[in-house]
Design a protein around this ligand. Structure first.
Ligand SMILES: Cc1cc2nc3c(=O)[nH]c(=O)nc-3n(C[C@H](O)[C@H](O)[C@H](O)COP(=O)(O)O)c2cc1C
Length: 274
């Protein structure tokens, strides 16, 4: 049996959850483990056997599986092979992400047998607009590991079955928060229709040493050789360059950050199905 983890994770929170789930699976069963990080490159071709288990993991972008993560996985196949779906979101909502992932994984031949929506620090979180800071925390990691152990136990017992992700729903947010967010999005869309404005990562040139790390870790190759220019037609606003700049020279001022910070500050718990 081979355990494969296939992960897209620009700011590393999805990768932390996946690593804990994989550890939990390996706590209970002996298997070969293959790590496939698709953050900066597409997954290499593989065909999973029905005896294997594949963990497919991506962040939630706009209530769906991050679209770019799908483009990274087109070369993998899993005819009748079980898979675990993992969506990591920034404490607002995962909405349709697990359904989206289930449809996508099924289109590759996989059979979703477990799914989890976990919380990660929001990509747009900053000291001025904190959102789910420090997530996944120790409790999240332990629940991911225990989720993995449960998957392992079911694998051993041969009791994994296809799951119905449409039964998985977001933990409720206060009505007022949802209304505030909806109103904000409506206003933002109206404003964008009249005067479209792009927000892109900015660089503090006094701090930037042009070390080039941001160029290497940008999933879409949007950063120019000087570390300063960003190709707006490529940038997906994932904030990898912001969170991983060793000099803290980069920032992204998302218009969504303040409303998210003000309205989704109550920590949510993971939603799991097996
Ligand atoms: C473009 C974009 C859209 C996002 N949309 C959502 C969302 O709909 N709901 C939510 O709760 N978090 C959302 N987030 C936050 C991420 O899902 C979250 O921070 C996640 O932990 C990032 O995963 P990573 O660390 O693996 O990159 C979004 C982040 C970005 C960059």
């Amino acid at each position: 049996m081979t355990l494969r983890t296939v992960t897209f994770s620009p700011t590393g929170t999805t990768a932390k959850i996946v690593s804990a789930i994989a550890s939990g699976i390996m706590d209970t069963i002996k298997c070969e483990s293959i790590i496939c990080d698709t953050t900066c490159r597409p997954a290499e071709t593989f065909v999973a056997d029905p005896d294997d288990i594949t963990v497919i993991a991506a962040p939630v972008y706009g209530g769906k599986m991050a679209p770019i993560a799908k483009t990274r996985l087109t070369a993998i196949k899993g005819p009748d092979s079980p898979c675990v779906l993992v969506a990591v979101y920034g404490n607002r909502a995962f909405e349709n992400a697990l359904n989206d992932m289930a449809d996508f994984a099924t289109s590759l031949g996989f059979m979703p047998v477990a799914a989890g929506a976990f919380i990660g620090e929001h990509s747009y979180s900053s000291s001025a607009t904190p959102i789910a800071v420090g997530r996944p925390d120790a409790d999240d990691i332990e629940s991911a590991r225990e989720f993995g152990r449960n998957i392992g136990r079911h694998l051993l017992a041969g009791t994994l079955e296809r799951i119905d992700t449409t039964r998985l729903h977001d933990r409720p947010s206060p009505e007022e928060s949802l209304l505030n967010f909806r109103n904000f999005v409506t206003g933002y869309q109206k404003q964008q229709a009249v005067t479209p404005r792009k927000f892109l990562p900015e660089v503090n040139t006094a701090l930037c040493s042009q070390c080039g790390q941001c160029i290497d870790i940008c999933p879409v190759g949007a950063i120019g050789d000087d570390c300063l220019s960003v190709d707006g037609s490529k940038c997906i606003k994932c904030c990898a360059c912001v969170k991983r700049c060793p000099a803290n020279a980069r920032s992204l001022h998302s218009p969504f950050a303040p409303i998210l910070s003000q309205n989704f500050d109550t920590p949510k718990a993971p939603v799991l199905s097996l």
